[in-house]
Design a protein around this ligand. Structure first.
Ligand code: ASP
Length: 323
């Protein structure tokens, strides 16, 4: 009798384990390509969708093979930084002076280590330089001339380009269009890139890279390189990457607050992100992607659209270019 009881208990436990395994994704990834009113040009939309789909397939394969979250975040963002359809790296927006100043940050959820760069002008992949700030210095954020000097010190691992390498025709047209407006609407934001990953080791990483906002004033720094505003990651709670009017995300410490709500108020990931995005006091315009420690994915925005993609080990694979 006792033996039968033990046997039944063991079988039940194994069954429960299997159910938990099925329910909990072994890995999860979410990507954004900026929030706002996405261009209705079919060729632009198609190109964006194809890039997102390609990076998602590549990342999924790597994660299934055991790649680390940080490596996948950096690789995804590197690819998007090279795609002119996004406002990061190659396709960075113009500032008011007709030049490009790029920002990026990356965070490791294992120990909250992080690195960021702001206002870089000659770095092809700002996210890679941000990662080197994290690993090679005792600092979190290096800006403009200092960040450029640090890139010189790192040497060949950091690819350099002339500032006009970032100049593309569509962004030039956008600058002219926005300079002609009396009060540019937030709807015109679009194209910042971000990625959050939960890997098969249970580690979370997040990163964000951007050219900032079109027509921004010299030296302006948005939320993307500000840890706790545009990017956050903690294995205990979640990873977050934001996009939208950076000043609002900084004012409200949006990315950190999502983690804090989960940690201190036991809120779900979905509710925490919804709260931050829609609370009237926050007055934010943009989008947020995040993954919880349990592998839940959320992609929310309060603008017309947000380019985004998500996948996990249960077979989920989705790409949305706009709405
Ligand atoms: N958050 C970025 C910034 O303010 C812009 C964006 O996400 O589109 O620089």
């Amino acid at each position: 009798m006792f033996f039968r009881f033990c046997l039944t208990a063991v079988v039940c436990l194994i069954a429960l384990e299997c159910r938990a395994d099925e329910a909990t994704p072994r890995f999860a990834i979410v990507i954004h390509g900026g929030a706002g009113r996405i261009s209705s040009d079919p060729a632009h939309r198609k190109a964006r969708g194809e890039v997102l789909d390609r990076v998602l397939h590549d990342a999924k394969q790597r994660l299934a093979d055991g790649a680390a979250a940080l490596d996948v975040v950096e690789r995804v963002i590197n690819t998007l930084e090279d795609a002119p359809q996004f406002n990061a790296g190659r396709g960075a927006v113009f500032n008011a002076a007709g030049a490009h100043e790029l920002d990026a940050s990356i965070m490791d959820g294992r120990d909250r280590s992080c690195g960021a760069v702001a206002g870089v002008r000659t770095v092809r992949h700002p996210i890679t330089l941000a990662r080197r700030v994290m690993t090679d210095t005792r600092h979190v954020l290096l800006s403009s001339d200092g960040a450029e000097k640090f890139a010189d010190e790192v040497g060949a691992d950091i690819e350099r380009v002339n500032n006009d390498w970032f100049s593309t025709k569509p962004q030039k047209a956008r600058l002219k269009q926005i300079q002609a407006m009396k009060r540019p609407a937030a709807e015109h934001l679009m194209g910042t890139v971000g990625c959050v990953v939960l890997d098969t080791h249970g580690d979370i990483a997040a990163g964000t890279s951007t050219g900032g906002m079109t027509n921004k004033k010299f030296g302006r720094v948005g939320d993307s390189p500000i840890v706790g505003a545009g990017t956050f990651a903690d294995n205990a709670t979640c990873g977050v990457s934001c996009t939208g009017v950076g000043e609002d995300f900084i004012r409200n410490a949006i990315a950190y607050q999502i983690s804090a709500q989960m940690e201190y108020a036991a809120k779900s990931l979905e509710d925490s992100v919804h709260h931050m995005l829609h609370h009237p006091r926050h007055q934010i315009s943009g989008g947020i992607i995040a993954i919880s420690a349990a592998g839940d994915i959320t992609m929310q925005f309060n603008t017309d659209g947000m380019s985004r993609a998500a996948a996990d080990s249960s077979g989920r694979h989705e790409v949305h270019v706009a709405e």
